[in-house]
Design a protein around this ligand. Structure first.
Ligand code: PHE
Length: 474
C-alpha cells in the first residue's frame, strides 16, 4: 500500500497540483457570488482574516498528517488515533464530504462546459441574453455535457497521480491567472465600474453579520480545498525532502490571488451593467450571477474586437475555467478513490467504477432539481424555505460541514498526534521553519483559538441555516 505509493516527481509538481486543486470553480464562481451576496468588502475583510489566521495553519496540519501517515484520511486518522471510534468517524466524514462536494461541483463544471461549447459555436450573444441560464440548466443538453465531463474526469483519474494532474497544471494555471488580469483591466475601463470597486474594497461595518462570517469561512475552506482530506491525501504523495510550510503559503497566496481577481472582475461588471443597482438587492445573488455577467462582459468587447474576437476571448476563458474545474474535481475524487483502494482493498478500476456510478446518479438528481422533477426540486424544507436537492447538498456539505472537519483536524493534531511530533514532521524538508513566527503562531493557536472559532461558527451556521436562529446576537 504505502510502500509503492506514487510520489509527485518534483517539488514544483506537488505545489502546482495542490494549487490546481485549490484554484477552481470556488474561486471563479463561488468567491464572487459570496462576496456580492455578503456585502462586498465586509466579506473580503473576513475572508482575508480567516485565510491567514485559520486556514493556513489548518492547511499545514493537513499536509503534514498526510505526509506523516502516508494514508488517505480514514487510514491517517486511524494511524494517529488508534482504536478510537470517534476519531475514525472524523476520518469517514473527511471522505464523505468530498464525495458529496464532487456531486454539486460536477453540476457547475457541466454548466461551464455548456458555456464553453456555446461560445465556441458562435452563440455568445445567446449566452448573454437575460434568462438564458435558467433555460440552459433545464434543457436536455445538460445530460450530454454531464456524460462528456464524467468521461473526461474518469479518464484523467484512470491515468494516475502525476501524469494526469501535474503536467496540465503547469501550463493552464498561469494562463488562467494572466487572462483574469487582462479581463479585470478591461472591466475597470467600463463606466461606473468604480462604484463596484468601492463596494468590493471599502468595508461597510454595518454589513458584518454572522451570515457573512459563516459565508466567508465556508468559502475559505472550500476554496483552499480544506476540511476534505484532500491535502491529507495529497500530502501522502509528497516526499520528505519538501518543505510543507512554504508550499502551503504558496498555495494560499495563489488561491486567494485568483479569487480576489475574480471578484474584481465580476463585481465592477455588475455595477457597470446596472448603474442603478441597489446594493440590498445583491444579497439574494446566486450562482446564476456568474453565468449571466461573464457572457455580458465578453459581448461588450465586441465593440473593440468584433464578435468573433469576443467569442474567441470567451471560449479561451471558459476553457481555462473548465480546466481549473477539472483539476479540482479530479483532486476531490482522489480522496474517496484512495479510501476505497486503501481501506476496502478495491482495485483502482473497481474504485473508479463505484465512484462514477454513485456520484453520477447523485449528480443526475441534482441536474433535475431545477424544475425538471418536482420531487428533487422541492426536496426539503427548513428554516421557512423549500430547498432543491442541489441546495440541500450545498447547505450541508459546503456551508456546514467544512468548518467541522477543520475543527476535528485541529484537535487531532494538537491532542492526539501532539505538537512535538507535528513540528518534527514540518521541520523535515524545511529546517528553517523552526522558531519562525508562523511556527509559534501555529503551535499556539492550532489547539486553542482556531478550533474554538471553527466550533462557534459551525454551531451558529447550523442554527442559522436549518433553524433560522442566530445565536451570536449581532
Ligand atoms: N478548491 C476548489 C475550488 O475552489 C474546490 C475543491 C474543493 C477542490 C474541495 C478540492 C476539494 O474550486
Amino acid at each position: 500500500m504505502s510502500a509503492n505509493r506514487e510520489q509527485f516527481s518534483s517539488r514544483l509538481g506537488f505545489i502546482l497540483a495542490a494549487a490546481g486543486s485549490a484554484v477552481g470553480i470556488g474561486n471563479i464562481v463561488g468567491f464572487p457570488v459570496n462576496a456580492t451576496k455578503n456585502g462586498g468588502a465586509a466579506f473580503l475583510l473576513f475572508y482575508a482574516l480567516f485565510v491567514v489566521l485559520l486556514c493556513l495553519p489548518v492547511m499545514i496540519a493537513e499536509m503534514s498528517i498526510g505526509r506523516h501517515t502516508q494514508r488517505n484520511p480514514i487510514g491517517a486518522y486511524r494511524r494517529l488515533a488508534p482504536n478510537s471510534k470517534i476519531w475514525q468517524l472524523g476520518g469517514w466524514l473527511a471522505v464523505i464530504t468530498p464525495f458529496m462536494i464532487a456531486v454539486f461541483y460536477m453540476m457547475i463544471t457541466v454548466w461551464i462546459m455548456g458555456y464553453l461549447v456555446g461560445s465556441i459555436t458562435g452563440n455568445l450573444d445567446k449566452l448573454a441574453q437575460e434568462g438564458y441560464f435558467t433555460t440552459f440548466i433545464n434543457s436536455q443538453q445538460v445530460f450530454f455535457y454531464l456524460i462528456g465531463a464524467a468521461a473526461l474526469i474518469t479518464f484523467i483519474l484512470h491515468r494516475g497521480v502525476h501524469e494526469g494532474i501535474e503536467k496540465a497544471a503547469k501550463l493552464m494555471m498561469p494562463a488562467l491567472f494572466i487572462m483574469l488580469l487582462c479581463l479585470v483591466a478591461f472591466v475597470l475601463t467600463l463606466d461606473n465600474a468604480l462604484a463596484g470597486v468601492r463596494f468590493y474594497l471599502v468595508p461597510d461595518i454595518s454589513k458584518i453579520t454572522p451570515a457573512v462570517l459563516s459565508g466567508a469561512l465556508s468559502q475559505a475552506f472550500f476554496s483552499l480545498s480544506l476540511g476534505m482530506g484532500i491535502l491529507i491525501t495529497y500530502g501522502s504523495y509528497i516526499d520528505k525532502k519538501q518543505g510543507i510550510p512554504s508550499a502551503a503559503k504558496f498555495v494560499v497566496l495563489t488561491d486567494t490571488g485568483v479569487a480576489f481577481c475574480a471578484g474584481l472582475l465580476i463585481i465592477p461588471a455588475i455595477f457597470a451593467f446596472n448603474p442603478q443597482i441597489n446594493t440590498d438587492e445583491l444579497s439574494s445573488s446566486s450562482v446564476s450571477l456568474i453565468f449571466t455577467f461573464l457572457p455580458k462582459i465578453f459581448l461588450t468587447m465586441q465593440a473593440t474586437i468584433g464578435y468573433v474576437g469576443a467569442s474567441i476571448v470567451a471560449s479561451t476563458f471558459f476553457l481555462l475555467v473548465f480546466f481549473a474545474a477539472l483539476t479540482s474535481q479530479v483532486s476531490i475524487l482522489q480522496v474517496p478513490l484512495a479510501a476505497l483502494e486503501d481501506e476496502l482493498g478495491f482495485s483502482r478500476d473497481k474504485s473508479l467504477l463505484s465512484l462514477a456510478v454513485t456520484a453520477g446518479l447523485l449528480t443526475l438528481c441534482c441536474a433535475v432539481s431545477f424544475g425538471m422533477v418536482g420531487f428533487f426540486t422541492e426536496f426539503a424544507s427548513y428554516a421557512g424555505q423549500t430547498k432543491s436537492f442541489f441546495d440541500l447538498v450545498i447547505d450541508i456539505f459546503y456551508d456546514t460541514i467544512l468548518p467541522l472537519n477543520g475543527f476535528i483536524i485541529c484537535l487531532l493534531v494538537s491532542y492526539k498526534w501532539k505538537k512535538a511530533r507535528f513540528n518534527e514532521e514540518l521541520e523535515q524538508g524545511e529546517p528553517s521553519y523552526r522558531g519562525t513566527l508562523l511556527e509559534r503562531y501555529v503551535n499556539f493557536s492550532l489547539g486553542t483559538v482556531i478550533p474554538l472559532v471553527l466550533l462557534i461558527i459551525f454551531i451558529n451556521t447550523v442554527a442559522l441555516k436549518f433553524f433560522s436562529h442566530n445565536l451570536l446576537g449581532f
